[in-house]
Design a protein around this ligand. Structure first.
Ligand code: LLP
Length: 434
């Protein structure tokens, strides 16, 4: 829930990465996204050592949709991690960051011809194909470029993960991928194998996000391995890659209980080894954690601008950000933990933390336990490193906050705060129609 470098001093001042939250707020303004380097590094190392120990033929690709910037891509590259991208924009970010493009997996249920061409020209590691239409577009684009596209097929294994409906993807009725039902997946394999400019490298299935149970991950791998064994028997085709996606849950509130990654990888690897046919190489296991790397590394610092008690007794605290910088509470009823900087963690009161946007639904935390809050206080919301900046908007024409990386007292701006000029950068004035 908290960054690993989180601490409070005797005056209850909150520090992250050796920096006082108040100093950060005063230097960079609020709202402010702060990312803790030590936490990101720790998460990457945890996954890496679990892979090295439990599934040595495995590789990790960070899911850029959770949070991506040029600096983030550089950080991953430096740590020899791969990157999962889902759009031309994410691809472009990686290219501009000088990312090792062979270490990229390109996802998405819609990829334009231009995006596919860029991906193939830059020799991305794998393109994960989502539909028959995409397979033919991929083949056509690869033919024009005279390359063979390395392809994974995205499958939906019919596994229900217990998470919010909006972030569940493994069920048969999904907009993503080929259902492993009614021969749909078989047909996709036939098409992929028949197209001359495609190289079918393997299979992918991501079953959802913010999953706490270990079993769905293990069942997913098992289901894919069963299918692969069938393919081997029926067609003599054996793939090189098994990509089980991301979705590893994190702690936003004390009751959240994240899965044991080591156990997941151990059991996945056991299935993979046991189910690989004699004479075949066991496939390389790919994982794509996004949230688990960045969520708990991030905090958002807001300033309190108003407080009020309404009839019935609800106590509102209004801050200078909200759904523009964190849409997750409004979209998924996501829960967060917050603290007031410079105030003790005793005698807490119940507050509703409201954002500044013109929507009644712009409530960041409906039930927050906070020290008595006053105007001017800095409110720290924890666990905002994933899917906050990445999903931010300029609703109400509010500029996006800056993203600052902190480490042992050093600070680096990763993304500058947007200005009003930035907001108008694409706007053209009214010149009439005549
Ligand atoms: N791989 C694929 C193919 C995915 O679709 C996703 C997430 C991931 C990996 C990374 O999942 P993670 O490890 O971050 O859970 N906006 C939602 C989450 C949407 C996730 C979409 N796909 C949220 O804020 O909770």
């Amino acid at each position: 829930m908290f960054p690993v470098t989180y601490r409070r001093d005797e005056q209850n001042r909150i520090f992250i990465g050796g920096a006082a939250v108040k100093d950060l707020a005063e230097s960079y303004g609020t709202p402010l996204y702060v990312l803790d380097y030590a936490t990101m590094l720790q998460r990457i190392r945890q996954f890496q050592s679990a892979l090295d120990e439990m599934a040595p033929q495995g590789r990790a690709f960070y899911a850029g949709k959770a949070f991506l910037s040029k600096a983030m891509a550089g950080f991953l590259n430096e740590n020899h991690w791969g990157l999962d991208v889902v759009s031309g924009g994410e691809l472009y970010t990686a290219i501009q960051a000088g990312f090792d493009m062979g270490n990229i997996v390109f996802h998405g249920n819609v990829k334009t011809a231009e995006e596919i061409e860029t991906a193939l020209c830059h020799h991305v590691g794998y393109v994960v194909a989502d539909s028959l239409d995409e397979l033919s577009l991929l083949n056509e684009t690869a033919r024009k470029l005279d390359v063979r596209a390395p392809v994974l097929l995205r499958l939906t294994p019919g596994i229900e993960a217990h998470t919010h409906a909006f972030i569940r993807t493994g069920q048969f009725d999904s907009k993503f991928g080929f259902a492993m039902q009614d021969g749909i997946h078989d047909e996709a394999v036939s098409v992929a194998l028949s197209l001359p400019y495609l190289q079918l490298k393997g299979f992918h299935a991501h079953i959802g996000s913010q999953i706490f149970d270990e079993d769905p991950f293990i069942h997913n791998a098992q289901r894919l391995m069963e299918f692969m064994a069938e393919l081997w028997e029926q067609r003599g085709f054996w793939p090189e890659v098994l990509d089980i996606g991301g979705g590893f849950g994190v702690q936003y509130t004390p009751t959240d209980d994240p899965p044991d990654i080591t156990r997941v990888l151990l059991e996945v690897n056991q299935r993979v080894q046991a189910m690989t046919p004699r004479g075949c190489h066991s496939p390389e296991i790919l994982i794509e954690p996004g949230r688990a790397i960045v969520a708990e590394a991030g905090i958002t610092v807001y300033q309190v601008h108003a407080t009020k008690v309404v009839p019935g007794g609800r106590h509102y605290v209004a801050v200078d950000g909200g759904m523009g910088d964190n849409i997750r509470p409004a979209l998924y009823q996501a829960a967060y933990t917050a603290q007031v900087d410079g105030k003790p963690l005793e005698r807490l009161n119940a507050y509703t933390v409201a954002g500044r946007y013109c929507e009644s639904g712009d409530i960041l935390i409906s039930q927050a336990s906070l020290a008595p809050v006053e105007v001017g206080d800095y409110l720290v919301v924890f666990g905002t490193g994933a899917y906050n900046y990445a999903m931010s908007s300029n609703y109400n024409r509010v500029p996006r906050p800056a993203v600052v990386l902190v480490s042992e007292g050093q600070q680096r701006v990763w993304v500058k705060r947007e200005t009003y000029q930035d907001l108008l950068a694409q706007d053209l004035p009214w010149h009439g129609l005549a």
